[in-house]
Design a protein around this ligand. Structure first.
Ligand code: AMP
Length: 419
């Protein structure tokens, strides 16, 4: 019986995994430079972890199931809620700041398409404890530097939900309606937005967008528009401060006061990263400040800020932008010409594996075929082991690059690579 993979999932070949791991390491190298440490969270959680804030509608987009104890569980659709739960459960008295990163598959019941899967990987950071502009700037800078370290070309858009929420508060619009409005903003659904509010100032603010070079002008315009709305002005000054710090850290950005993010838990700065050439699914990261989420899980109210890369989309961007990833390399392939020296060959392979990557010809192929194989796996040398050479404590070595062949003493094989 032939069995297909479930819709929206993928298999990865060793070549793909080699590339994915290389990129993952490059990203985590940058997290490490900011001294973030890796954590792991469960693959499944109690459904309430996600429904508490987002309501029951979230079920539609999740894998929900009952276990044998009749508990309602779901596969995690994202990591932030789990990280907050972890903090509220076990780490509330830990020394702050807590600086975490994770790399893990997430599960969403969505309509699969290019760049959108039902199982996909996220790599992200959560910074728990401090509430200040340095922390916001640090998290944004970490995301920015991680992509720069990959030589990717991308766009970073920064907004501030405090500006929008502050304005809505000052206009007397309630929390629930605010969520609805911000949802429409996130979806860029102008018609729904127009049905929800009449205040022109909201539309004027949402249109404020511009590059770092034009940021003074944009922020000036925002200040003029928001002059009568003290909560919004306060948030705007915070955004200015964050941008100033990003300038110092050499981060390039676009200001966009219309960035609202899909998830209602954000309270302050919000940002998105895009690679336009990816087409419809061009958003490769999203993040922001969420100061109220931990309190929701019965933890002491604790501010936090974080982001997640859609790792699969980062990989797509690497491919679209033709960024070269070093291929896997094998140091030696060992071929045996005669059964009588097979044990000698195993001994040589074992010794070399203390230092090198060694592939032993398990298919008992003819030398010509072994060389073809060595070529296909990017091997540096083929070591041919025969009775005549072994009698002299030697082996025959073929350099795959120069195609030169020579005889070397067994004790000197490793000098081929440690020169
Ligand atoms: P979110 O948790 O929705 O803010 O998503 C963070 C990032 O994860 C997005 O910017 C996307 O790059 C990625 N992402 C979200 N949903 C999917 C999906 N279904 N398939 C692949 N990547 C996704």
């Amino acid at each position: 019986m032939k069995i297909e993979r479930p819709r929206g999932t993928r298999d990865f070949t060793p070549e793909e995994m080699q590339k994915r791991n290389f990129i993952r390491n490059k990203i985590e190298e940058v997290y490490g430079k900011f001294n973030y440490l890796e954590i792991a969270i469960p693959t499944f959680e109690h459904i309430e972890l996600f429904s508490l804030k987002s309501g029951n509608d979230i079920r539609e987009s999740m894998y929900v199931f009952r276990d044998k104890g009749d508990r309602e569980l779901c596969l995690r659709p994202e990591a932030t809620a789990s990280v907050c739960r972890m903090f509220a459960n076990d780490m509330r008295t830990a020394q702050k700041p807590l600086k975490f990163y994770y790399y893990a598959p997430m599960f969403r019941y969505e309509r699969p398409q290019k760049g959108r899967y039902r199982e996909f990987w996220q790599s992200g950071i959560e910074l728990i404890g401090p509430k200040n502009c340095e922390s916001d700037a640090e998290v944004i800078a970490a995301a920015y530097t991680a992509l720069k370290n990959l030589n990717l070309e991308f766009e970073l858009e920064i907004g501030h939900l405090g500006v929008l929420r502050g304005l809505l508060n000052d206009l007397g619009i309630s929390g629930e309606k605010q969520d609805e409005l911000l949802n429409a903003v996130d979806k860029k659904d102008v018609t729904r937005l127009e049905n929800l509010v009449e205040h022109g100032v909201i539309f004027d603010v949402l249109e404020l967008k511009g590059t770092k070079e034009g940021s003074k002008e944009i922020l000036g315009k925002a200040e003029n528009l928001l002059n009568d709305y003290p909560d919004a002005i306060l948030a705007l000054s915070e955004l200015k401060e964050i941008l100033l710090m990003l300038d110092i850290m050499g981060v390039d950005y676009v200001i966009d006061l219309g960035v609202a993010r899909g998830l209602e838990y954000y309270t302050g700065v919000v940002f998105e990263m895009r690679v336009q050439s990816l087409g419809a699914q061009c958003q490769i990261a999203g993040g922001g400040r969420y100061d109220k989420l931990i309190g929701l899980f019965d933890g002491p109210p604790t501010p936090a800020v974080g982001f997640a890369f859609g790792f699969d989309r980062v990989m797509d961007a690497i491919e679209v932008q033709n960024i070269k990833i070093p291929e896997n390399e094998v140091d030696f392939v060992i071929a045996v010409v005669d059964h009588s020296v097979r044990k000698n060959a195993l001994k040589i392979a074992s010794k070399l594996r203390e230092k090198f990557i060694v592939d032993f010809d398990l298919m008992n192929r003819k030398i010509g075929k072994v060389i073809e194989y060595a070529n296909s796996i990017n091997a540096k040398f083929v070591i041919v082991i025969g009775p005549r050479e072994i009698a002299e404590n030697k082996v025959s070595v073929r350099d795959m690059k120069t195609k030169e062949q020579k005889t070397v003493k067994i004790s000197e094989i490793e000098n081929l690579l440690t020169k």
